[in-house]
Design a protein around this ligand. Structure first.
Ligand code: NAD
Ligand code: IPM
Ligand code: MN
Length: 349
């Protein structure tokens, strides 16, 4: 039998609530198969920082690195909490994991499941994947400020785009497009960000020559936000930089029925490091501890995790159970655990 070593980081706020349901569903998905998940829990996030002053120690990172995959709920405290000013949970924990484990593909599928009440009157058939670059762009921390806090302050945050980094994520996106509808859209802002946009456009054009059967399109990011609302069904694979991808995928989540459904994978395609699966949403301090969070995004992240591990049937079964659950959702609100129980029950049936 195959043993998968899973690092579980429930995190803060609704993180532990949605991860409890995700683990329930993971157990149900593999029960009776010859795969066994062996989980190690890591207490990381704003809570851990407030208790110990630690964000992500070298020992934590080494321990996490020795696992086959990572499942993360959400990390981060109440935005603006002064006690967390030095913690830098987002950079020091979440981004550190993505950078250190070379998660250069941030995979964020968006699908409007039948029966989901979305905000669009005529949404069409929404089913696309954002391939968001995960290790470069404006996220790298290549910046600084001088004369900070004075009227003469100068603050820079320089986007870093390497040929190596852009080409590898573009190649991944083309391979994905080959397996899907053979349509790829580059989203950037080449009309203004001529250097960063230039390297993306050139490398997409270059790799496109190796994929003559993939239809390639380019859309400026501002226009992309229009199309995501007016005709999102025009997209299939979107490839874009780290920051544009962050913003587009919250919007994509909103048009496909809410952020409570949006799943993601931080992938190291080469398999040198464990990939990390997490809902797109954050720790939602406004609803934490009330069993109000929708665990579906975390559960669909489990489906992405299973797929990544080559457990395609198990992944498919989780997705189907979620689809069936969504299709049968009434208007009565259910608790976080009730949603998880219902989906797990479909897998055990
Ligand atoms: P958020 O995603 O936590 O919340 C935005 C809104 O969506 C809130 O109204 C929240 O109640 C709602 N929401 C989020 N997830 C939901 C779910 N599963 N079911 C129902 N409603 C849900 O974004 P925020 O408020 O900007 O950030 C809160 C904290 O989370 C911050 O510290 C932020 O840095 C952090 N954050 C972490 C991650 C992560 O761990 N990957 C991602 C985004 C934000
Ligand atoms: C996300 C989040 C993170 C990001 C933050 C919390 C660092 O918004 O996963 O989308 O910007 O990538
Ligand atoms: Mn985000």
């Amino acid at each position: 039998s195959r043993v998968v070593k899973l690092a579980v980081i429930p995190g803060d706020g609704i993180g532990p609530e949605v991860i409890a349901e995700a683990e329930k569903v993971l157990d149900a998905a593999v029960s009776g198969s010859d795969v066994r998940f062996e989980s190690t829990r890591f207490s990381l996030g704003a809570g851990r920082f407030l208790e110990t002053g630690e964000t992500l120690t070298d020992a934590d990172l080494e321990a996490i690195r020795s696992h086959d995959a990572i499942l993360l709920g959400a990390v981060g405290g109440v935005p603006g909490d002064p006690r967390l000013k030095d913690a830098n949970i987002e950079r020091g924990l979440l981004l550190k994991l993505r950078f250190e484990l070379d998660h250069y593909v941030n995979l964020r599928p968006s699908k409007l499941y039948p029966g989901v009440p979305g905000p669009l009157a005529a949404p069409g058939d929404i089913d696309f994947v954002v391939v968001r670059e995960g290790t470069e762009g404006p996220y790298v921390g290549n910046g600084g400020s001088i004369r900070t806090g004075t009227p003469h302050e100068v603050a820079n945050e320089t986007s870093v785009n390497t040929a190596f980094g852009v080409e590898r994520v573009v190649r991944y996106a083309f391979d994905l497009a080959e397996r899907r509808s053979k349509k790829l859209t580059l989203v950037h802002k080449t009309n203004v960000l001529v250097h960063a946009g230039g390297i993306w456009k050139r490398l997409v054009d270059e790799v496109a020559r190796e994929h003559p059967d993939v239809a390639v399109d380019y859309v400026h990011v501002d226009a992309a936000t229009i199309y995501l609302v007016t005709n999102p069904d025009r997209f299939d694979v979107i490839v874009t930089d780290n920051l544009f991808g962050d913003i587009l995928t919250d919007l994509a989540g909103a048009v496909t029925g809410g952020i409570g459904l949006a799943a993601s994978g931080n992938i190291n395609p080469d398999g040198a490091f464990p990939s990390m699966f997490e809902p797109v949403h954050g720790s939602a301090p406004d609803i934490a501890g009330q069993q109000k969070a929708d665990p579906t995004a975390a559960i669909l992240s489990v489906a992405l995790l299973l797929d990544h591990l080559g457990l395609h049937d198990e992944s498919r079964r989780v997705t189907t159970a979620v689809e069936d659950d969504i299709a049968s959702r009434g208007s009565a609100p259910r608790s976080t655990a009730e949603v998880g129980d219902a989906i797990a029950a479909r897998l055990s049936a």
